[in-house]
Design a protein around this ligand. Structure first.
Ligand code: ADP
Ligand code: ADP
Length: 227
């Protein structure tokens, strides 16, 4: 479980991006942060893996303050997926997916075998393993981004608008793939989007942010739609 306990983030220039946020993202579920641009979704997400630190309040991972977790342990336990996949352009797909296992010092053979297994998991043909990122479509690159985030089998996955840059048809299939994957893997996922339809489709729980970094609503999608 991920707990935000009265979390505020004030940037150096005085901007309050997140204002006294308290919520719980239950283990094994998808919690979606949704709201207009600039309302503090990305800031909130990045405070979980400490790319950014909160100014006030605490974020707990299964009851432990993230500031008390050793940074390498924290990063190893949290996969991170961003909008433009962020793949290394000069590395083959198989090596992109195996990035974290390599860093963790896995045997190269084992790391590559893991990458090949994940390639299949995210619905890509094994033949793509030897290609470079520019030889893949945007949708395929996003799948690789998801595979890379899953490589060390982290319990938590943070996803920041992962499907926003692809066309609507591809986005739909990526969303369905994510739900299928989640039904097998039961990760604790926090998913950021500005698209309410996507939030309702993917979220077990939806946190609606409004400008100023306030939480406007926090509920399951059905309740959200009926209000
Ligand atoms: P969202 O993800 O909802 O679009 P962000 O978390 O990116 O929102 O941004 C929230 C607010 O914080 C915005 O007003 C944004 O301009 C501001 N902000 C983001 N990063 C910084 C920064 N490094 N310095 C100052 N203000 C920032
Ligand atoms: P190196 O050790 O220099 O990476 P290898 O001979 O092991 O060289 O591999 C050559 C290239 O083939 C590597 O860059 C890697 O991307 C790719 N490769 C290696 N193993 C596999 C695999 N199991 N599936 C797909 N591609 C692979």
């Amino acid at each position: 479980m991920i707990t935000f306990d009265g979390v505020t983030k004030r940037y150096a220039d005085g901007t309050v991006a997140v204002d006294n946020l308290s919520l719980e993202a239950a283990s094994g579920t998808i919690t979606v942060f949704v709201g207009p641009s600039g309302c503090g979704k990305t800031t909130s997400l990045r405070m979980i893996n400490r790319m950014i630190d909160a100014t006030q309040g605490r974020i707990l991972l299964d009851g432990q303050d993230v500031k008390q977790i050793e940074p390498s342990t924290l990063r190893r336990g949290i996969g991170y997926v961003i909008q433009q996949a962020g793949l290394f352009p000069h590395r083959r797909i198989v090596d992109n997916i195996a990035t974290v296992p390599y860093l963790l010092g896995w045997d190269r053979k084992k790391a590559r075998a893991r990458a090949m297994e994940l390639l299949e998991r995210v619905g890509l043909d094994a033949k793509l393993a030897r290609r470079y990122p520019f030889q893949l479509s945007g949708g395929q690159q996003q799948r690789v981004g998801v595979a890379r985030a899953l490589a060390a089998d982290p319990p938590v996955l943070l996803m920041d608008e992962p499907f926003s840059a692809v066309d609507p048809i591809v986005r739909m299939s990526l969303q369905e793939e994510l739900l299928r994957l989640q039904s097998e893997l039961h990760k604790t996922i926090v998913f950021v989007t500005h698209d309410i339809d996507e939030a309702v489709k993917l979220g077990d729980t939806v946190a609606v942010f409004r400008v100023g970094g306030h939480l406007a609503q926090f509920s399951d999608p059905a309740t959200l739609l009926s209000e």
